[in-house]
Design a binder for this molecule. Structure first.
Ligand code: NAP
Ligand code: 3JN
Length: 349
């Protein structure tokens, strides 16, 4: 990675589940920032977050927060991204945005470094980080698509509560404690109890009765693979797991791929680890993916109901590869390719 004499990085949403993981990932990967600034809401101003053995003091994000900042990692919700990312770019700061706000905007590349790094070239200042469920799926789909041409994907997700943020992590813990103490569990974050339950609703429903999360997976996958011929249908489910989303993925390919061929292709793919030995009861699980960088794939088997079909099971840490790690990898690529610059500060004003 190229070294700069000055590289100021701002993390917007630094108190959140994703923002804290962004800080720890910058630290763990030794990202060559000369200064890191932690931003959040007025509620957090003056409080501290841990970083590199010390602490960063939180400041309230404002349109003036980005003067002299080279790179901002946003993770404070779509409304903040819509309001402040254009201001950041106007100040000459490149934004990697973790929200849904800019993902489908034609001016913004939607990037997973193992899948479409080339999309970064010619960026306009805002680069979008995809949805966590999309990221882990496309890391696995891309090498199979290159080898055999995927025509259709049917995916069901099993998503951890950390995908909803810090309050949901606390709610699952509180409900488990309440139920073991024979108390009525308090329900606040989700429409129903999440402890010892599954909720087939993630985000709001759209007009077609799919949820927004399901439609994000459909639309984002096509944009990232840059191939509208890939048809995707998703069912997204919240499960009482703290960290790591899992997915049951069924694919139909144009050319036949045997499970052995798929295993070999995936074993050589960047960012993927194959864990697939039924005889030894080895398969990916959220408890083993949590805290790891890779996308774990297993249960690779033929879909015997169609001519060219495969079934896969995937687990990956949604706060890492699904969010913070992917954003930091994008930042690393920007540095590596000398793309950490804003060509047109007015691009989004
Ligand atoms: P979280 O734990 O609830 O954290 C929310 C963060 O946003 C906190 O730092 C909070 O600061 C900040 N924030 C909220 N309102 C703000 C305001 N008005 N002004 C400034 N900062 C504000 O949520 P999270 O799980 O970290 O997720 C944060 C965002 O990341 C989500 O909204 C979503 O857009 C994105 N996300 C993306 C993925 C993905 O799939 N790639 C996954 C999860 C989340 P305070 O502590 O000061 O309130
Ligand atoms: O629920 C999950 O597991 C992933 C959640 C992602 C999320 C949560 C709140 C707002 C997003 C996202 O990244 O798509 C957003 C958003 O930015 O719309």
């Amino acid at each position: 990675m190229s070294q700069r004499s000055k590289l100021t990085v701002a993390v917007v949403g630094a108190t959140g589940a994703v923002g804290r993981t962004m800080l720890s990932t910058l630290e763990a990967r030794d990202f060559p920032a000369t200064e890191v600034i932690a931003l959040a809401s007025a509620r957090s101003a003056g409080s501290k977050v841990p970083f590199k053995g010390g602490e960063l003091t939180l400041r309230e994000v404002s349109k003036d927060s980005f003067k002299g900042v080279d790179l901002a990692l946003f993770s404070a919700g779509g409304d903040r991204s819509l309001e402040f990312a254009p201001q950041a770019v106007a100040a000459g700061c490149v934004v990697v945005d973790n929200s849904n706000a800019w993902r489908m905007d034609e001016r913004c590349p939607l990037v997973v470094p193992e899948v479409n790094p080339e999309a970064l070239a010619g960026h306009n200042g805002i680069i979008a980080n995809p949805n966590c469920s999309t990221i882990q799926m496309v890391v696995t789909l891309k090498p199979l698509h290159d080898a055999a041409g995927i025509s259709r994907v049917i995916v069901s997700t099993y998503q951890a509560v950390s995908g909803t943020g810090q309050k949901a992590i606390e709610e699952l813990s509180a409900q488990v404690r309440q139920m073991f103490n024979m108390q009525e569990p308090e329900v606040a974050v989700y429409p129903y109890r999440i402890a010892f339950n599954c909720l087939p609703q993630i985000d709001v429903f759209e007009a077609n009765d799919y949820t927004k999360e399901e439609m994000k997976m459909t639309r984002e996958t096509v944009k990232i693979l840059n191939d509208p011929s890939v048809k995707v249908t998703a069912t997204c489910v919240r499960v009482p797991v703290y960290y790591s989303h899992s997915e049951a993925v069924n694919i139909e390919t144009r050319k036949k791929l045997t499970p052995a061929e798929a295993r070999a292709i995936l074993s050589a793919a960047p960012g993927v680890q194959v864990v697939d030995n039924p005889a030894m009861k080895l398969y990916p699980m959220p408890i083993e993916a949590a805290g790891e960088y890779e996308v774990f794939v297993g249960r690779i088997r033929e879909d015997e109901s169609i001519a060219n079909g495969l079934n896969l099971w995937i687990s990956a840490d949604n706060t890492l590869k699904g969010a913070a790690l992917n954003a930091v990898q994008i930042a690393e690529l920007l540095l590596e390719k000398d793309l950490l610059k804003v060509k047109n500060p007015k691009a989004f004003l």
